[in-house]
Design a protein. Sequence first.
Length: 748
Amino acid sequence: MGELPALIQDLALILVVAGAVTLLFKRLKQPLVLGYIVAGFLVSPHMPYTASVVDMSNIKLWADIGVMFLLFSLGLDFSFKKILKMGASPIISVVSIIFAMSMLGITVGQLFGWSKMDCIFLGGMLAMSSTTIIYKAFDDLGLQQQQFAGLVMSVLILEDILAIVMMVLLSALAAGNLEGSQMVQSVVKIVFFLVLWLVVGIFAIPLLLRKVRRLINAEVLLIVSLGLCCAMAVFSTKVGFSSAFGAFIMGSILAETIEAERIEKLVEPVKNLFGAVFFVSVGMLVDPKILVDYALPIFILVMTIIVGQAVFGSFSFMLGGESLKSAMRCGFSMAQIGEFSFIIASLGLTLGVISDFLYPVVVAVSVITTFLTPYMIRLATPAYNALEHRLPSRLIRALNHLSMSHPNTTERSKWKQLLLQMTVNTVVYGILSAAVIALMFMLFHPFIQKALLGAWYANAITGVLTVVLISPFLRAMVMKKNHSEEWKALWAESNRNHLPLLFTVLVRGVIAAMFVFTIFQHLSNFAPAIVITLGIVIVVLMVMSRGVKHRSILLERLFINNLRSRDIEAQVHGRKRPLYEGRLLDRDIHIAEFDIPQNSLWAGKTLMQLNLGHKYGVHVSSILRGSTRLNIPSGSDQIFPSDRLQVIGSDTQLAVFRNAVENQVLQEDLDLEKREMKLRQLIIGQGSPFIGKTLEESGLRSEYGCMVVGLEEGKENLSPFKPARCFEEGDIIWVVGEEDDLERLFHS
């Protein structure tokens, strides 16, 4: 037989070692990410006393695939709608944190005399807290239901998004695009393709999945999802971005579909496999010699992260509207770096712009800060108490009053709301129109010219078709929001508003005419005056056309339905959180969800019997059972295993309630092996205590825990033992029970 390929040998070594190490880390209740890194360190060429990976290039390829699937899964967890609903507070917090930590990272790198690119990439790495590690720490400490934990997770979601954008910008910097104009072009390019992909993807992909829904099973859905992920990754690299960026965008598009949860569950094993290989590859790059040589920088960077997040992180959350205590709990929770720091470091190595020592240094910093994360989370409250005792009470009250009065969403004037909506619409429809024009010029125009042998009317056909295709977008650009509530209110408030409102229509009309002007200027030799006039006339005809209006409204409705499809499905199946969740008056009162364990002692009991309000001070607002929702349950409603309770209460009340849900369960049977049921034959002999007694009188079931399954009377089948029949000497019965119970019965 031929030799086994090196790739299989390496994969076997990686998975065996990773499996053994992660079992140990699971036992020690440490994040599995650290286990993967340690496993990579053990199988790396830097460890002379253990077996090492043979072909690092193959592992690098698998690691790149792992990054792609990690970001695809991250996109599946992400929703742009959630970001829009968060308001300004998380955005203020995350921008402040990233700016402060990036500057700290760059400053520390410069103090050590590292190169400019090392400092820039280091700043990006230190700015990225670990979503995985923080989520695991909250879960282990029982803090997931706390209000501050939800705030931290919201900021981490935004931080992950900005990390994707940061990777694109760092790639542009690495390519030498350091000039201001080139950086602006890079940002514009990101925005253009981001909006284009999201709009087109949310319009087309849910429609495709809806059409083939009856044909899709789990296997097909997995293949289709990964196929879309890889296709988007390829397309992303073709236009100058990374494959990880494209994978994330496709994940975020699929996140808005009804199939999102199924896809997430199906992709998870694939993500776990390739993600493990990626984190193992991270550990392989750790050189013990470098760790010894750079012990001081590692220590300084650890302290920079801990102190920086504790100070600047807390201050950033205060800017976002949190009280001092809540802000400190949030800031202290983010004092570590993780997976995105590794990805940014891998990007720097791949591009060849950072030094070899930086990667293992960052890994070491991540390992240390990860171990310290639970202690930092616990330290937040004592630190606040100490600060409260040392700072003047007037200052504490002023800080809390300032943050508490900071609104989550600012009340904009009608003009600001209207102009913002018009600007967003103009940008989105402008990007769609530009994309259609580019595709028609690059693909259709050369094709039609070749087909018609360069005839003059090939240009005319291209121009007319392009205008027809973009007409719904241009009409929506000009007319949308002209009948909105803000427009009507401003029009009715004052005659002075009439001219500015009409001017907004004129400006959007001119922008739409510029698109038509560009088309005909490129395809014809008409004088500019004629082309401008033609553009204005065509835009006016679009606005007046009922057919174009109908198409525009139809496309917009289809897009909105696709965007809301997951919400609609959640409402139908009772999983939609109530709208009043964000309107609770008391800042400390909020809503949380709890799953009733399968072995809960509450199962089968009514709410009146459980008396949850009196015991824990909470209110059960809804019970989610399967695909149904029971709102405002009464005292006679029962709790069943796997029910999901939506409960209203304070952080303290919900923490106590969570502890009760988790602990009031049937204890695990430690003697499981003794619970095996066995079938034995029992002969009623002379002097048996059962003679002359019925089944109930004998106590076989009540006293011995056994059950008579039949009476042997020499027939082919056992005869049923009737309850009224008395045992007689010589009866042969067959009894089922546990081993110990049967032994007691036979020796009775």
